[in-house]
Write a protein that binds this ligand. Structure first.
Ligand code: 13P
Ligand code: MG
Ligand code: MG
Length: 504
């Protein structure tokens, strides 16, 4: 297209030979292993050779950006298709340019369940809205391929009617974390985590565990870094529907509700509260126990208590807050993504991920309508039992001078104690599902089933059949053993009417 703002100046796709691929990293080197036991499906890292191997790279502000969307699933919502991922990767690599510089110096394309993610390092040269446009168009290409393959729900998360300059509020989840700019020490560890079949609130387990409680992060007590001072949390109220009702819109007046929601989300504004760890621990736990409030950003603390560096960002958005031609979509859970720094002023990867070993239940699951135990899974895994929630977490070794993702490790690889967590979470999930079936708490509260049209119809039909009636009575009494009508005398200690004086 002529008016695309991205792409190399030649107008031709970037030749594939311009990229170094980590799958070839041992080319020309002696291999130290004769065989390798596969414990994860390690992503192939694409790096722009002339930049990541530059002798004197420019000391510029760089960012890591992760963008994730469901553009169509194999066999329902189970898993992303390799071909769709490759088409997305090809589009990004071919068009990886802006004003004569690459947009991404290094990038990976992964999946977690049916969600595809593009995670890459970019510099301040790239205009963020141009990067969003590149991502939007790449995901559209993926959606076309999904359609061609007959996948389920092609373009599922591309909710907005058209790209309007920003991915936020368009459907895909996207987060950006600025790297520190420093001459010394080019190494920065980043943890990227993707969840499927759940909602942003699930990530409150990361924050209220590893960034708040020494039980999950010994560093809070023994590290000499700024971690000893705790952190600053930005907590976002995601529920603009609840906000609209609280502001006076009647929950059954859809027009009033939509109007208020539109007003509240004008300009992509959000309702945020800033709280501090450790002093606001109870307030944070109080808010963050529900789906409504999500810890979206975490800052380190300077000596004077002011916010220092940003080191944790979650895609805290709900798709049902997005207005389209069809109105607000009220649809689905919003499979979140997280980028977080590790080490230094931040928890170690093993500390960040440790809360998942407790096998918590999260909302989402099949039809986005259940609670179930979340499974920590290797990157590039599928969902399975009851379309249950899964979370992946990889750590990226990044060179902040050259903008290269040098190597990747998988926190939830096979052959680790996470096998045991998966076993335990699976056992609990199977028991919980079988015990409760359609009943709460296995299914979500009515408010969260709002987009299940079948339930809405059933509920509306039954509601009309309810009648207001006098209580059921027997003989002259009220059917509950009262003193009338020759009923027995109240037992000692009980008042006439049957209620005991004291209840404990
Ligand atoms: P996704 O949000 O991952 O597409 O899941 C939808 C769903 O309801 C699966 O049953
Ligand atoms: Mg899906
Ligand atoms: Mg999904």
């Amino acid at each position: 297209m002529a008016n695309r703002r991205y792409g190399p100046p030649s107008g031709q796709p970037v030749p594939f030979t311009e990229y170094h691929q980590s799958k070839d990293e041992l080319a020309g080197l002696p291999q130290t292993l004769a065989e390798k036991v596969p414990v994860t499906s390690t992503p192939n890292i694409f790096s722009y050779k002339s930049y990541v191997f530059a002798k004197n790279p420019a000391l510029v502000q760089r960012y890591i950006k992760a963008t994730k969307a469901d553009v169509g699933g194999v066999g329902g919502h189970v898993v992303a298709a390799d071909e769709v991922k490759s088409i997305i990767a090809k589009f990004v690599l071919d068009n990886n340019g802006y004003r004569g510089e690459p947009i991404f110096t290094s990038l990976i394309v992964t999946h977690t369940g049916d969600d595809v993610a593009v995670t890459g390092i970019m510099s301040e040269h790239a205009d963020m809205s141009v990067v969003d446009e590149l991502m939007w168009d790449a995901l559209q290409e993926g959606a076309h391929k999904a359609g061609e393959l007959g996948l389920y729900g092609p373009g599922q998360d591309l909710v907005a009617d058209a790209f309007t300059g920003n991915l936020r509020g368009a459907g895909p989840a996207t987060v950006v974390l600025p790297f520190p700019v420093r001459k010394d020490n080019p190494s920065q560890t980043v943890l990227a985590s993707f969840a499927d079949k759940t909602e942003p609130m699930a990530y409150n387990y990361y924050a209220t565990g590893a960034y708040m409680l020494p039980r999950f992060n010994t560093g809070l007590v023994i590290a000499s870094s700024s971690m000893k001072r705790g952190y600053i949390f930005d907590i976002v109220d995601l529920d603009t529907k609840a906000q609209a009702i609280e502001a006076g819109a009647h929950p059954r007046d859809l027009k009033a509700l939509d109007g208020k929601m539109e007003e509240l989300s004008k300009g992509l504004q959000e309702k945020v509260i800033r709280l501090r760890v450790p002093e606001d621990l109870y307030d944070i736990e109080g808010l963050c126990r529900s789906s409504r409030f999500v810890i979206a950003r975490i800052w380190s603390r300077n000596e004077d208590g002011s916010p220092g560096e940003l080191g944790y960002v979650v895609s805290a958005e709900r798709l049902h807050n997005i207005k389209t031609k069809k109105g607000f979509t009220y649809g689905g859970k919003d499979d979140p993504v997280l980028l977080a720094f590790a080490q230094g002023n931040w928890p170690a990867p093993g500390e960040i991920t440790s809360p998942w070993a407790t096998c918590p239940m999260v909302a989402g699951d099949c039809r986005g309508s259940h609670n179930l135990h979340i499974l920590p899974m290797p990157i590039n895994s599928q969902t399975s039992f009851w379309s249950g929630p899964i979370v992946s977490a990889i750590t990226l070794s990044c060179n902040i001078h050259t903008g290269r993702i040098g190597a990747i490790s998988d926190q939830f690889a096979l052959g680790t104690p996470w096998d045991s967590v998966r076993r335990q979470a699976s056992d609990l999930a199977i028991q919980f599902r079988n015990a409760h079936g359609v009943k709460q708490p296995a299914t979500l509260h009515e408010d969260e089933l709002e987009y299940q049209e079948g339930w809405k119809e059933r509920r509306a039909r039954l509601e009309k059949k309810f009648q207001v009636m006098p209580p059921l009575t027997f003989g002259n009494g009220n059917g509950h053993g009262s003193a009338n009508g020759g009923a027995k005398q109240p037992a000692a200690g009980a008042r006439a009417g049957g209620r005991p004086e004291e209840i404990d």
